[in-house]
Unconditional design. Structure first.
Ligand SMILES: [Zn+2]
Length: 462
């Protein structure tokens, strides 16, 4: 069945104009003024609305075993919530533990998602140990369509790798044309600071920040980028949160290191006072790196507006407040890390970024869609609106006004970190490869239709 989207204002990373879009099969077949309705198909009136390319979340944890528990979303729930929020493609982190084989981990994540995801997806393949056997398996995984690794400089003993492993993983990535995404915090500093804080009687949620201050993150960034520079590997810093870490990344970029930078919407909108809320309420806001002092926010927004930070993700990792976050009630180091946001990222960026004038519409499209498609080799199939591209479209109603709440959201989690926040504008209709998946905030698509996106190797720049 064909879809004709009439009279919307098309906004891509590089252009803005009013035209009709004809989608036939799974792709966009034509863009023109005044296309006549197809013989069989639906006509969607988009007058007065924006038409954006489907948004891409470059950093999610839909399925995540972590600190002895599992994140609450499944591929069914997390990907529907993503679509409702305008996100048509996600990159989930495939994170086997150090005792697992990489191929077993990859197959676990494939099995969790296959036939269950409602939106399209790929994985960043976690390299949580490195030896000859895992290198051979990683080569096979790359052949299966993976173009990005994920490494942790944090989480000592659980997911984190040592420096020899880091060197070898980055060398393999360079050889294969794979970009390595990295969680940058110095794991030794984190564990020593945690120990010192607990010894001093600090068990509260605010201590989480103090165990991982900005310099600890900046040290991780500096460390990673020294290795990337020696090896000539392309790297991507996930969830960068603060000025100190940004300065290290930009200094390396000036030295010629091929580094892309992601921040997440939580750092742009929430600050560390949320994690300091009394009665353990702060636990809802515990993630790593932690929410920072508010003074970092204008720096991150400016860096986005100036193209210095490339993407905005969520690090979506939903843990229920009542039954899971509570594991850390007497010890902040035991609070499962994560602030769910997969459904709200695009709307928050629009309300708090575009409408406040911090970023313009084309920057909005770049940081929430196009740049991730480019860095992770999905462009121009994803990330833009042009003939031949997948018909992943977000018809966005700028007049909508609503309120974010756990009572109405679709994520499988018992709280919303933005409870009661107003949003202005939201997707009124979302298509995934030519099928209408969302109308007026409700999922109407085909469950399980999401596709595993095979990606070629090579590390282009955004
Ligand atoms: Zn993450």
């Amino acid at each position: 069945m064909a879809l004709l989207i009439k009279g919307g204002e098309i906004v891509t990373a590089s252009s803005r104009y009013v035209a009709d879009i004809l989608c036939e099969g799974e792709t966009i077949s034509r863009i023109d003024i005044d296309i006549s309705p197809p013989a069989r198909g639906e006509v969607i009136d988009a007058a007065g609305k924006f038409v954006f390319p489907g948004f891409i979340d470059p950093h999610t944890h839909i399925y995540l075993p972590f600190m002895g528990t599992f994140s609450k979303d499944t591929y069914e729930t997390g990907t529907k919530a993503a679509l409702i929020g305008g996100t048509t493609t996600i990159f989930d982190m495939c994170c086997p533990g150090r005792s697992e084989e990489p191929m077993d981990g990859f197959q676990t994540w494939r099995a969790q998602s296959e036939g269950r995801a409602a939106c399209d997806y790929s994985f960043h393949m976690g390299v949580t140990k490195f030896d000859e056997s895992s290198a051979a398996q990683l080569r096979e995984i790359v052949k299966a369509g993976i173009q990005s690794f994920k490494i942790f400089l944090a989480y000592k003993g659980a997911l984190g790798i040592d420096d020899a492993e880091l060197f070898q993983a980055l060398s393999l990535a360079k050889e294969l044309g794979v970009v390595t995404t990295a969680h940058c915090e110095n794991e030794t500093l984190v564990s020593e600071l945690q120990r010192a804080l607990l010894a001093a009687g600090r068990t509260d949620t605010a201590a989480h920040h103090d165990s991982r201050p900005p310099r600890v993150e900046a040290e991780g960034v500096h460390h990673l980028l020294t290795f990337a520079e020696m090896i000539g590997a392309a790297v991507y810093i996930v969830h960068l949160s603060c000025r100190e870490a940004l300065e290290e990344a930009l200094a390396a970029r000036l030295r010629g290191v091929n580094v892309s930078i992601e921040t997440v919407v939580q750092y742009l909108t929430l600050d560390k006072t949320y994690a300091e809320l009394p009665d353990f309420e702060g636990a809802k806001y515990v993630m790593s790196p932690p929410l920072r002092d508010k003074k970092h926010q204008p720096i991150l927004w400016n860096a986005l507006a100036q193209g210095l930070i490339n993407t905005v993700g969520t690090d979506h990792a939903p843990f229920d407040f009542k039954t899971q976050k509570t594991m850390g009630r007497d010890d902040f180091t035991k609070i499962p890390n994560g602030i769910p946001a997969i459904e709200d990222r695009v709307n928050l960026l629009y309300t708090h970024g575009v409408l406040t004038g911090k970023i313009d519409l084309s920057t909005f499209v770049k940081i929430a869609s196009t740049n991730a498609a480019k860095i992770f080799n999905l462009y121009p199939r994803k990330g833009t609106i042009q003939p031949g591209a997948d018909a992943d479209l977000v018809i966005f109603d700028p007049e909508y006004e609503g309120i974010l709440s756990a009572k109405t959201h679709h994520m499988n989690i018992d709280y919303n970190a933005f409870e009661g926040w107003k949003i202005h504008g939201r997707p009124s209709l979302v298509t995934l490869r030519g099928e209408v998946a969302v109308r007026d905030g409700q999922f109407v698509g085909t469950p399980g239709r999401g596709q595993f996106l095979q990606r070629k190797t090579g590390t282009p720049k955004a």
